[in-house]
Design a protein around this ligand. Structure first.
Ligand SMILES: CC(C)(COP(=O)(O)OP(=O)(O)OC[C@H]1O[C@@H](n2cnc3c(N)ncnc32)[C@H](O)[C@@H]1OP(=O)(O)O)[C@@H](O)C(=O)NCCC(=O)NCCS
Length: 129
């Protein structure tokens, strides 16, 4: 669905079959409603980030080597948007990792909708990688 909607040229995950641990703890959190998955966030843990105040066109801030959960892709089905589901998914990722939502890192480029969500969750700027 994200590939169809936004022309993302990569799959959110490629693994099929039984779960297998990866060194970067690649994982996905899926939200189900009415027997359908209506949104998910795919993530892994990395320790190369940059600060972005979300005001400049691109991230130029300080480098950071803290291990953080990094959003690879977050997506919510169109008819379920603007109900706080995106924020809930980022919250689930942060809680599961044991950090605050503002400590999460976002993979670049961050879409316009992703930037709005990130700014609301972290008004002082975000971590990107
Ligand atoms: C980015 C994305 C995941 C956000 O999902 P979402 O579920 O709509 O996120 P939220 O509902 O938490 O927040 C979206 C907006 O709804 C508003 N909102 C949240 N709860 C609300 C409620 N109960 N009533 C009304 N509005 C609400 C938020 O304030 C926010 O407003 P803003 O965009 O003006 O800041 C979704 O737009 C999406 O899948 N986009 C396509 C893929 C994409 O761009 N992903 C990001 C890649 S980095």
């Amino acid at each position: 669905m994200p590939q169809r909607e936004d022309s993302y040229d990569f799959p959110s995950w490629s693994h099929l079959g039984e779960p297998e641990a990866t060194t970067d703890n690649y994982r996905a959190y899926l939200l189900k409603a009415d027997e359908c998955v209506i949104g998910y966030v795919a993530a892994h843990d990395t320790n190369e980030h940059r600060r972005w105040d979300l005001n400049d066109e691109s991230p130029h801030g300080d480098e950071d080597d803290t291990l953080r959960p990094r959003i690879i892709l977050i997506w919510v089905a169109d008819v379920y948007r603007h109900r706080g589901i995106g924020a809930t998914l980022v919250g689930a990722l942060a809680t599961d990792f044991g950090c605050k939502v503002a400590d999460v890192s976002w993979s670049t480029p961050v879409s316009a909708a992703g930037q709005r969500l990130a700014r609301r969750l972290s008004p002082d700027g975000i971590w990107v990688s």
